[in-house]
Design a protein. Structure first.
Length: 190
């Protein structure tokens, strides 16, 4: 079972992804976490991605498709993966579809966590106070929201046209949102 989580920065994909991972027994894979870890360890990937990430821009499709391929080749990923924020451009969506198809797989569901902009900005400000992520400073957040609108929002329409997009209203208590996710997945037999 392969599930993709989408939504703007701060939409709660990480929180809901962890809950889903537990209930479905699948690993989660978040490109943001993988890249942040590479930056903090100073690996070649981290050195390549660092400046782009700190500016709030998107790293190249080539890099992302490479890390998705590596993830899919891990034995622990053989039974499916919860992909968190992994697809942010149309070429990434197309590339991911090919990588999965090569392994006889496809995305079983794409969940879109829908949160209004004003709420997003408040959530990221609070997170900055707690986690101190370098790309949570106000200028980088504005760029990330812009990248999301320009490059990632069109990906939602791409999935919608393929009938795999499920919209989850994602404001309110974490448990309520988790219930909506479980219901939505059960409704479509996932
Ligand atoms: P957010 O969703 O809050 O922007 P993430 O932790 O998911 O934060 O990602 C942090 C950064 O990692 C992004 O701003 C971007 O630079 C990079 N990144 C993560 N996933 C991708 C992707 N699929 N394509 C391009 N860049 C990505």
């Amino acid at each position: 079972m392969d599930i993709l989580l989408m939504g703007p920065p701060g939409a709660g994909k990480g929180t809901q992804g962890a809950l889903l991972s537990e209930s479905m027994g699948l690993p989660t894979f978040a490109t943001g976490n993988l890249l942040r870890d590479a930056v903090s360890r100073g690996t070649p990937l981290g050195l390549q991605a660092r400046a782009v990430m700190e500016a709030g821009k998107l790293v190249s499709d080539e890099i992302i498709l490479g890390v998705i391929r590596d993830e899919l080749d891990r034995p622990a990923a053989a039974g499916g993966v919860i992909f968190d924020g992994v697809v942010r451009t149309i070429p990434q969506a197309e590339g991911m579809e090919r990588l999965l198809a090569d392994r006889g797989r496809k995305l079983n569901a794409v969940l879109f966590f829908d949160v209004p902009d004003a709420e997003i900005i408040g959530r990221i400000e609070r997170r900055r106070g707690i986690e101190g992520r370098p790309d949570d400073d106000p200028a980088a957040v504005a760029t990330r929201l812009q990248s999301y609108r320009d490059q990632t929002a069109p990906v939602l329409a791409w999935y919608e046209s393929r009938g795999s997009l499920i919209r989850i209203p994602a404001v309110g208590p974490v448990d309520d949102i988790a219930t909506r996710v479980r219901r939505a997945l059960a409704l479509q037999g996932t």
